[in-house]
Ligand binder design. Sequence first.
Ligand code: SF4
Length: 191
Amino acid sequence: MGVSRRNFLKGSAIVAGAAGVAALNGKPAQAEYEAAELRIKGLQHTTTICPYCAVGCGLVVHVKNGKVVNIEGDAEHPINNGSLCAKGAALIQVVNNDLRLTKVQYRAPKSDKWEEKSWDWAIERIARLMKESRDNNFVKQETIKGKTYTVNRNEGMAMIGAAALDNEECYLLGKFARAMGVGYLEHQARI
Ligand code: SF4
């Protein structure tokens, strides 16, 4: 059905008038509040930390039927008091994104192709290469000015943590790195 310019303007005036009446009733703020509440009403929610940067803003994640449907700043979090930067505000696109990689992609040395691999394959390969690197680069002792010290240092490996890691994960990763003899241990938030 076609809409003439006159009818369109008439319709717009009626809608604007109705909105004005609603505003005059003194309820727009309440309506906005209720609309925001309705959006997440009855949904399961959990709190987490933004994985992007070292600011570590708090988030609330809402889930419906096992699917993440909303992510917003956590108003009770002391770091961000509910606010998020543009990147954090767009976090839902990380979860619900057809382009997100969910399988291991491997490109062999000198190959120009990616191959899909299993997680078991990846973890076994990482563990084997770490063991080889440690065996080949482990320094047990070092002599400085004629005195020999036990150093147990792995010079073939470095480790770096990132803002996605929480305190407990950093603690475990730090312990693991030191057990491997890694001296080059850093965190993205510090560099
Ligand atoms: S919301 Fe922005 S500022 Fe906050 S942790 Fe994420 S990326 Fe950093």
